[in-house]
Design a protein around this ligand. Structure first.
Ligand SMILES: [Zn+2]
Length: 359
């Protein structure tokens, strides 16, 4: 059975996490911290403190590091649509397709077709609110300094002397919450010890560290037993936790429909009586690319349900079935690390504050 550690970070200096390639003299930035960035920072920190042997346990197979989002925020599921006028006037509709049989997908106020909705829910507020941005962002402008002359003359600049560039950074003082999860519970104490070493020491993230950006600190850490990340998601969907069983993917998961086409929606055979569309499931999907090194061929692009996606069931799930799902995984391509999942009742979750000072 997997376990989770919940981590809160606060950035003491602005952080730049590039969203895409630089566009001209502009670096667009993300408003969250991807799990892969945390993974790299952890590896660097462990290597720098001479704990190379731990890197395999911390970051190896069976480990998952979630994206770190602003406190209380989760990305809106890809099943949610909104009216294009919603941003200006909150009376216009937001609709979760997973909650409704309405096939029209039209705004109740103006009848406009609903469009997909990128942004966040704040699940700590009484009513989940659509928010476009997660963390506070700031645009900063810099002078590119020539390494040859030490000035901004731009002589050795390969972009033809364009010296000013701007970057979209996450403002200082932003709090982020994310989860680290492992399959092997035997690693618990070792991992908590390794993570304690981060307390009170700066944790550098993102690009432009040399410019004094990226200083982040771990400010709180909790251990979560008998886990499912579904608890916070359950609250965000306003479901009654004691009636619902959650089923949460810890890794991206690939399903096939009856025509063997890839899909992000599990077949009921895969998930043993869990019927996602009827119960307000919470999921995102993305397209993955693959490469077979042995044969030197590219796999076709496939649709996967992303790690963190959660499905709910009001059916009875026996302990034997739960064990089967957790041990064998779900979906296709399990041997490649897809389809790791945990089942759990929200009420079973026990959060333990981690004592920083234990040696
Ligand atoms: Zn409307």
């Amino acid at each position: 059975m997997a376990f989770l550690i919940r981590i809160e970070l606060v950035n003491e200096e602005p952080v730049l996490i590039p969203k895409s390639r630089q566009r001209g003299n502009h670096f667009p930035g993300l408003d969250y911290i991807p799990g892969s960035v945390i993974r790299g920072a952890l590896a660097g920190k462990l290597a720098a403190s001479g704990q190379e042997d731990l890197i395999k346990d911390v970051l190896g197979h069976g480990s998952l590091i979630s994206n770190f989002y602003g406190h209380g925020n989760l990305p809106i599921p890809s099943t949610v649509l909104r009216c294009k006028r919603y941003v200006v006037n909150k009376k216009h509709s937001v609709l979760n397709m997973a909650d409704t049989d309405d096939k029209q997908y039209l705004c109740e106020i103006c009848d406009a077709p609903l469009v997909s909705c990128e942004g966040y829910f704040n699940f700590l507020s009484a009513k989940p609110v659509y928010k476009k941005n997660n963390a506070q962002m700031r645009l900063v402008t810099h002078n590119r300094i020539s390494s040859e002359t030490g000035t901004s003359s731009g002589k050795d600049d390969d972009r033809g002397g364009a010296n000013l560039y701007s970057a979209e950074v996450i403002e200082r003082g932003q709090e982020f919450v994310g989860y680290l999860s492992w399959k092997d519970r035997g690693l618990r104490d070792e991992l908590l010890d390794a993570l304690r070493a981060f307390k009170g020491k700066p944790f550098m993230l993102g690009k432009m560290k040399g410019r004094g950006y990226g200083k982040t600190e771990v400010c709180a850490m909790d251990y979560i037993d008998d886990t499912t990340v579904g608890a916070e998601i359950l609250r965000s969907c306003r479901l009654e936790p004691d009636k619902i069983k959650t089923f949460t993917f810890l890794q991206d998961t690939l399903f096939l429909d009856k025509f063997l086409q890839s899909t992000s929606i599990p077949d009921s055979n895969d998930v043993h009586d869990v019927s996602p569309a009827e119960n307000g499931s919470w999921f995102n999907y993305r397209t993955i690319q693959g490469f077979n090194m042995k044969r030197g061929v590219i796999h076709p692009a496939e649709t996967v349900a992303t790690g963190g996606s959660t499905f709910f069931s009001e059916e009875e799930i026996t302990p034997d079935k739960i064990k089967l799902i957790e041990e064998d995984g779900v979906g296709a391509r399990r041997c490649e690390g897809f389809g790791v999942a945990v089942c759990g009742l929200a009420e079973a979750i026990k959060v333990e504050e981690v004592d920083w000072d234990v040696k």
